[in-house]
Design a protein around this ligand. Structure first.
Ligand code: KIV
Ligand code: NA
Length: 272
């Protein structure tokens, strides 16, 4: 079996074999993904894809922690990273440290991820200096959806590149061991990936990155509002509809449960 992924081993994969990352929110999914992935992210996207909220903004820290504990029980070898939810870290480095401490102590995660670049660099440094590995997240930052007014791509004009490049540099300089770059045009993603000394993990950010991440429900066809950049590798939503329709028909026709799923009496000749 493969050895446990660590932060230094992950970081050393810069410009190496592309890093395979996915989100996970539950124990059974973590068990399935763990042997196949380098990193499992308990992303705040769970607010939308699991809890049906309109954005990640309302996500409650305690709810995220409960999911993270479940994922930890199923994650044996992949690097486990947990998002810091909106409002739990932005006010100050101390606020971020207190939240990140809860994540590390209560879930068994190996690292946290937070959104923001230049504005969060001091916080990234504060956490790393105190022993907490941090991933950055720049470009499209879903927690700022109300500032942008939507989830459109970033950096599609060269004039808009500099602040995003500055953000990526700032968190990497501050000690982040990796940076997620979301929803940016390919040439910008390539420029950031070439510039940074740590792995750049793309989502909607082209194949130029050092690795990729997707929201598991999006790629499995479980979420009906998946963004354009998602490739659907399965249609599990359709498969569930098919299975449950068959079950409903069976129940209505009294075809389920059948003899194989039915207990008899112990002394009726072995049928039980
Ligand atoms: O919350 C999330 O799922 C993320 C990603 C990078 C996919 O932040
Ligand atoms: Na996130």
């Amino acid at each position: 079996s493969k050895p446990r992924m660590t932060v230094p081993r992950f970081r050393a994969r810069k410009r190496g074999e592309p890093l395979v990352c996915l989100t996970a929110y539950t124990y059974p999914m973590a068990r399935l993904l763990d042997p196949l992935c380098d990193l499992l992210l308990v992303g705040d996207s769970l607010a939308m894809v699991v809890h049906g909220l309109d954005s990640t903004v309302p996500l409650d820290l305690d709810l995220l922690l409960a999911h993270a504990r479940a994922v930890r029980r199923g994650a044996e070898t992949a690097l486990m990273v947990v998002d810091l939810p909106f409002g739990s870290y932005e006010a100050s480095p101390t606020q971020a440290f207190e939240t990140a401490c809860r994540v590390m102590k209560e879930t068994g995660a190996q690292a946290v991820k937070l959104e923001g670049g230049t504005a969060q660099a001091a916080t990234v440094r504060f956490l790393v200096d105190r022993g907490i590995p941090v991933m950055g997240h720049v470009g499209l930052r879903p927690q700022s959806v109300h500032l942008y007014g939507g989830y459109g791509a970033h950096g599609r004009n060269r004039e808009d590149w500099q602040p995003i490049i500055d953000d990526a540099y700032a968190v990497a300089d501050a000690g982040a061991f990796g940076v997620v770059v979301e929803g940016v045009a390919e040439p910008l993603a390539r420029e950031i990936t070439e510039a940074l000394a740590v792995p750049v993990i793309g989502i909607g950010a082209s194949a130029a990155c050092d690795g990729q991440v997707l929201v598991i429900d999006d790629m499995l066809g479980m979420f009906d509002r998946a963004p354009k950049f998602v490739k659907r590798y399965a249609a599990l939503g359709d498969e569930i509809t098919r299975a449950v329709s068959a079950y409903a028909e069976d129940v209505r026709a009294r075809r389920f449960p059948g003899p194989d799923q039915t207990y008899g009496l112990k002394d009726d000749g072995g049928r039980s």
